[in-house]
Design a protein around this ligand. Structure first.
Ligand code: PEP
Ligand code: MG
Length: 600
């Protein structure tokens, strides 16, 4: 038995839940790369052929895994494997590797590793977390290729038969997708972040996971006892009996809370005095739809389509848009799906976009501005969305709208695209609702003018707060100023709801604020028609809505406008909620904590 560890190891909670079990180390160490020059001419075609053979073998392996995953009913993860298979077919990867072998006269492993390193640098240079985390996918594909080039055998997660907690330097989404939930209790890795594909798959499989632990593979051996707390992002190695006992208690409590909350999934979000608010989900990939249904989402309030554009060197085709959205629309039917047009640019550039670097990306060529500049890219997406609208209820929402002119321009483009489809005799919903995100202060202050142009509003508080308070939310020096309850923010929210309602359109919220229990009574009191949030928050929010009245919520909200600082407002909210739920307050606070870790 190894000595008991002092304290827990801290990482990033990638998928919630608490697991207690035995460690199983999976070797995913980096392949050593042999380096030598090709002195004889005939070695060049040989190395090129070896490279091609490794690509073929890697593709076969991934396809086999895909088949196995399909058999074990984990189909929803197929697209990630497809993305990896596509990466293996990437033309520039092939051309550049072959060129390096030919021109630099070096062996295939060396040539490939140079090309991978170059691609890696491009991705790592991106400021956006999400794009940077795509490096992991490149690494998985690269390591598989390199292993096959060297003829090394890959250990498969799917052959594990006893209950264990998998410990690895890094895991590919292919590894995660093969995990059998009845065997793999949890996994922990040195690498990774919350937005990696691996983390997304873990969440949708509901396997607890902590990633980004940096050196857990050096601290743990197979057979060690581990506690994995995916809620708080901590791992205990060989814990003391008192820690173990505490976690057994927390594990039970967590299960009870989740189970109890799931009973709210089937219920409507209606206050005690009969006010109905529509509760929808925010998603990024089609895989999430099943989880949305299980958690009681009444449709998709925000489908962030960026996922489709990232991690690739070309733009998605009209057909790809269509097929992807159609799947979501059909699986979600008869509920509606709100598809947001590309919200990218500035710090989130797809590799396919050859845009100049910007010194202030958050204020740059983002979102709708990018779409209106790159009309071909925009039209492909609009055609895909429109065609999907023939298969169920679809709404279009536009990101980062700052004025009426942009909406007019979009309508013109949309009209052209609709006309084209009519001529092609392709079906679509001619009445498809068009909405805008209210996430730029200028849009909020002319909400009355915008409301005349569109069918619905959804407030994106993540950006609206950032732009209103002039706080870069990824800058740790000013993050303390990021405050949803700032008087300026709540005044703005109230004004947007009123402007929307005066024009007779629905007003929703899809920023993170909409999924936080503490803010729910305020949002009800302001009269929001729809709240859209991360899937796991849905049952909690439904429960809270069902426990309050619109009248009390309205009164609380009115009171808040008499205060001058966010602190006073927050104190009043906490004081009031404590008064409403004296017994459940601790539970609510615990749920808040759980939810905070679930936020993207
Ligand atoms: C927002 O800004 O609040 C929002 C929902 O959009 P995103 O987080 O994708 O920018
Ligand atoms: Mg936004």
């Amino acid at each position: 038995m190894r000595p008991v560890e002092e304290g827990p190891l801290i990482g990033v909670g990638a998928s919630p839940g608490i697991a207690i079990g035995k460690a199983y180390l999976v070797d995913r160490k980096k392949v050593e790369i042999p380096r030598f020059s090709l002195l004889e001419d005939h070695r060049i075609p040989e190395e090129i052929e070896r490279f091609r053979e490794a690509v073929r073998r890697s593709q076969e392996e991934l396809r086999e895994i895909r088949e196995r995953v399909r058999a074990s009913l984990l189909e929803e993860h197929l697209h990630i494997l497809d993305a990896h298979i596509r990466m293996l077919q990437d033309r520039s990867l092939h051309h550049e590797t072959v060129r390096a072998i030919e021109q630099e006269r070096i062996n295939a492993e060396w040539a490939l590793s140079k090309v991978l390193e170059k691609f890696r640098k491009i991705l790592l240079g991106a400021e956006d977390d999400y794009l940077r985390s795509r490096v992991a996918d490149l690494d998985f594909v690269g390591q598989r290729l390199l292993r096959n080039l060297k003829g090394e055998v890959q250990e498969s997660i799917s052959t594990i038969r006893k209950q264990v907690i998998v410990v690895a330097h890094d895991l590919s989404p292919a590894d995660t997708a093969q995990m059998d939930k009845s065997v793999i209790q949890a996994f922990v890795t040195d690498m990774g972040g919350r937005t990696s594909h691996t983390a997304i798959v873990a969440r949708s499989l509901e396997i607890p996971a902590v990633v980004g632990l940096e050196r857990i593979t050096e601290r743990v051996r197979t057979g060690d006892t581990l506690i994995v707390d995916g809620v708080r992002g901590v791992v205990w190695v060989n814990p003391s009996s008192s820690v173990l006992e505490e976690y057994l208690r927390r594990q039970t409590q967590y299960r009870v809370v989740r189970e109890e909350l799931l009973t709210y999934a089937r219920l409507m979000a209606e206050t005690r005095d009969g006010y109905r608010v529509v509760v929808r989900a925010n998603i990024e990939i089609p895989d999430e739809v099943e989880s949305v249904k299980r958690h009681g989402g009444e449709g998709i309030g925000l489908y962030r389509t960026e996922f489709l554009y990232l991690n690739r060197t070309d733009f998605p085709s009209e057909e790809e848009h269509y097929l992807t959205y159609r799947r979501v629309v059909e699986e979600m039917a008869p509920r509606s799906v709100t598809i947001r047009t590309l919200d990218i640019g500035g710090d989130k550039l797809p590799q396919a976009a050859q845009a100049p670097e910007e010194s202030n990306p958050a204020l740059g060529l983002r979102a709708i501005r990018y779409s209106l500049k790159e009309l071909d890219v925009f039209k492909d997406q609009l055609r895909g969305i429109l065609r999907a609208s023939a298969h169920g209820k679809v709404r279009i929402i536009l990101p980062m709208i700052s004025g009426v002119a942009e909406i007019k321009q979009v309508k013109e483009v949309l009209g052209e695209v609709q006309e084209e489809l009519r001529q092609r005799r392709v079906a679509f919903d001619p009445e498809i609702p068009l909405g805008v995100m209210i996430e730029v202060p200028s849009a909020a202050s002319i909400a009355d003018l915008l409301a005349k142009e569109v069918d619905f509003f959804s407030i994106g508080t993540n950006d609206l707060i950032q732009y209103t308070l002039a706080i870069d939310r990824v800058n740790e020096h000013v993050v303390y100023l990021y405050e949803p309850l700032h008087p300026a923010v709540i005044r703005m929210l109230r004004a947007v709801v009123e402007a929307g309602h005066q024009a007779g359109i629905s007003v929703g919220m899809c920023g993170e604020m909409a999924g936080e229990p503490l803010y729910i009574p305020i949002l009800l009191g302001m009269g929001f028609d729809e709240l859209s949030m991360n899937t796991l928050a849905i049952p909690v929010v439904k429960k809270l809505v069902r426990s309050v009245t619109l009248r009390d919520s309205f009164e609380l909200t009115q009171r808040l406008f008499t205060f001058r600082t966010a602190e006073e407002i927050r104190d009043e909210v906490v004081r009031t909620l404590r008064g409403w739920f004296p017994e459940e307050w601790d539970d609510l606070a615990a749920q808040e904590e759980i939810l905070r870790t679930l936020r993207a």
